[in-house]
Write a protein of this length. Structure first.
Length: 618
């Protein structure tokens, strides 16, 4: 998905942020205002002024964002020089190569620390990381062992509670005293953690929570990392949860060189535990903090920016900022009313076809919706019109069964205590191949077989090609996935590094490559960080956007409004918002003078002025 580059020079406020002398700094960066460029330029400025790379950590939320930052530095995009004879004063260049600071996700940083400090929590440095599926499998087995009703104790509800206990650093003994349900959850929590300990494993929440607890309980360990990392930079700060914020706060509390950047108006991940109040309360926690607003939008037309700004002003909890742009005024925002989802989908397909006929690229067109279920009618209509499309956010590579089977075998080979891996091997294969794998894999790992050799052994011992042909309709496609995994594994000398990389890949980073020439269909949540020339926001109905589950608490309703804000600001040039049944209250919050309204009935389209149509909600 191509991202439009911003003008090369920094603007005045970006320059101010980049050249900040020191101490806590909060950058409130509006949509399309050059956030990544500002953060990367700040990092380069530190290096160019003599700060050692090893003294800096830049924390992102996805591997993709980290990769982009590293690429901008190493490709000299922002002006850093390279060369064997260049004695770069900052120490960025050493032996003709860049020495990069740590640039990665919270979880990757947690892994790095735990590799040195795992002994404080009863693990070795060669621990396993349980992914979501591993954790779910373990929880299910514990619920079965405790003979708990699935109706009352849904595995995923229990996982959610355990995750909350860890992410919010809740005292589990106090939690257990809150009631019978909580007491049972606490019992499951303790057995779950005991199993992780005996498996020499962590789950994803542990990668942050255990580090924070080590810091709090062992001041000498915290002092070591404070001395090591003198500058802390955090991207997408509005998305941090309690644990993540405490993590960076503890690291930066002494030197106070904390640089955070984000946009509270784009905080849309409360369901994952993020709390944008960390963003709003930054100045309370850091009384000496400087705040800089990035308000110039480089992405969208004036009409789109003005509509988004008018919408978000209805939120009470925010850091106000007035976005502006020097881009053209652009066309009015199309708001369309339909009888049902099928008519809406037909219209979207027709408009997409017209845009393609006018020379627009399909990769620059996106259709956004609140829930995945909304894609059905859209897909049918696009298929009928022979329009190439892609559902953005398909099953990630490392979640596919054949990949999980192989990775579990590798994990078991190097950590025979890994209960999740043992369970997967046991459930997948019959007695003969199962016994052979459990007996041979650790021995072969000790004999230092390569990863590729271990995978080949697994495939031969289990007759995996025949297994796929027997159980699945698409064995050839699955074999292609295995070939890709083998090629990836061949690039690793250390098997533990391979296991770590495979497990840490996020859901956003792990999906297959996007088709270049296809219209993109996706949820609004997945669209964050992307931009397109033409955007359709469908199903802007009361009960869908805002979702019916969000109408009880004002906090939830404001998050839905932020979701609409994110959707609107994905568009560069053309924006169409459509609804059927009852229109979203958010449509009534858009300035009428920015809207061209069309009502479509079974008898054809009838255009009216926005003010003439009673679609506002009282």
């Amino acid at each position: 998905m191509p991202q439009r580059s911003h003008p090369s020079p920094l603007n005045t406020t970006q320059e101010q942020a980049v050249r900040h002398s020191g101490g806590p700094l909060l950058i409130a960066a509006g949509a399309g205002s050059g956030k990544t460029k500002t953060l990367t330029s700040r990092l380069l400025h530190l290096l160019e002024t003599g700060v050692a790379p090893q003294a800096i950590i830049a924390i992102t939320f996805t591997n993709k964002a980290a990769k982009e930052m590293r690429s901008r530095i190493t490709n000299n995009e922002l002006g850093i020089t390279n060369g064997a004879t260049d004695e770069k004063k900052s120490g960025v260049i050493h032996n003709s190569k860049f020495i990069l600071p740590f640039i990665g996700t919270f979880h990757a940083l947690g892994v790095r620390i735990l590799k040195e400090e795992a002994h404080w929590v009863g693990r070795t440095s060669h621990f396993t990381i349980f992914d979501d599926e591993d954790s779910a499998s373990l929880i299910k087995s514990i619920l079965k062992e405790l003979q708990l009703s699935k109706d009352r104790f849904s595995p995923y509800a229990v996982i959610g509670q355990i995750s909350r206990i860890k992410n919010e650093l809740i005292n589990v003994d106090e939690y257990a005293d809150e009631g019978r349900y909580e007491h049972t959850i606490a019992t499951v929590y303790r057995k779950y953690n005991e199993t992780l300990l005996h498996s020499n494993a962590f789950d994803f929440d542990d990668l942050i929570e255990k580090v924070v607890r080590i810091f709090l309980e062992h001041p000498e360990v915290l002092a070591k990392y404070r001395a090591r990392w003198q500058y802390v930079l955090v991207d997408e700060f509005q998305d941090v949860n309690t644990n993540q914020y405490l993590f960076v706060k503890l690291l930066a509390q002494e030197h106070k060189n904390i640089f955070v950047i984000g946009d509270d108006a784009q905080s849309i991940y409360a369901f994952r535990g993020s709390d944008f109040r960390n963003f709003l309360n930054f100045e309370k926690d850091w009384p000496d903090a400087k705040v800089i607003l990035l308000t110039e939008n480089y992405r969208s037309t004036k009409n789109i920016i003005n509509a988004a700004s008018a919408l978000i002003k209805h939120n009470s909890f925010q850091k106000p900022k007035d976005l502006w742009t020097s881009n053209p005024e652009g066309e009015l925002i199309n708001v369309m009313a339909f009888q049902n989802a099928e008519e809406e989908a037909v219209s979207v397909a027709q408009r997409v076809r017209e845009a393609l006929g006018g020379g627009e690229s399909p990769k620059e067109i996106a259709v956004l919706y609140r829930t995945n279920a909304q894609s059905r009618a859209l897909e049918q209509s696009l298929i009928r019109n022979n329009i190439p499309y892609e559902i953005y956010g398909g099953l990630k590579f490392y979640a596919r069964k054949e990949i999980k089977d192989i990775v579990s075998a590798i994990r078991y080979a190097f950590n025979p205590k890994d209960r999740s891996a043992i369970d997967r091997i046991t459930k997948t294969f019959n007695k003969g191949p199962r016994i052979a794998l459990l007996e041979a894999l650790p021995r072969l790992a000790e004999e230092r077989l390569s990863l590729v050799e271990l995978i080949q052994y697994f495939l031969e011992e289990t007759r995996y090609t025949e297994f796929l042909a027997l159980h699945f309709k698409n064995p050839d496609e699955r074999l292609e996935n295995i070939k890709e995994l083998i090629q990836f594994a061949a690039s690793f000398n250390d098997p533990h590094d391979f296991i770590e990389q495979v497990t840490l890949l996020s859901s956003l980073d792990g999906r297959p490559k996007l088709q270049e020439n296809a219209v993109k269909l996706m949820t609004i949540h997945l669209s964050k960080g992307l931009e397109f020339d033409r955007v359709f926001i469908v199903g802007a109905n009361e009960g869908l956007l805002p979702h019916e589950r969000s109408m009880i608490k004002n906090d939830d309703l404001e998050e839905e409004r932020r979701l609409m804000y994110v959707a609107i600001t994905r568009a560069r040039k053309h924006l169409t918002i459509s609804f059927y049944d009852l229109p979203s209250r958010f449509l009534g919050e858009l300035p009428p003078e920015l809207i061209a309204f069309t009502k479509v009935s079974s008898y054809g389209a009838e255009t009216r002025d926005w003010d003439d149509e009673t679609i506002y909600l009282e």
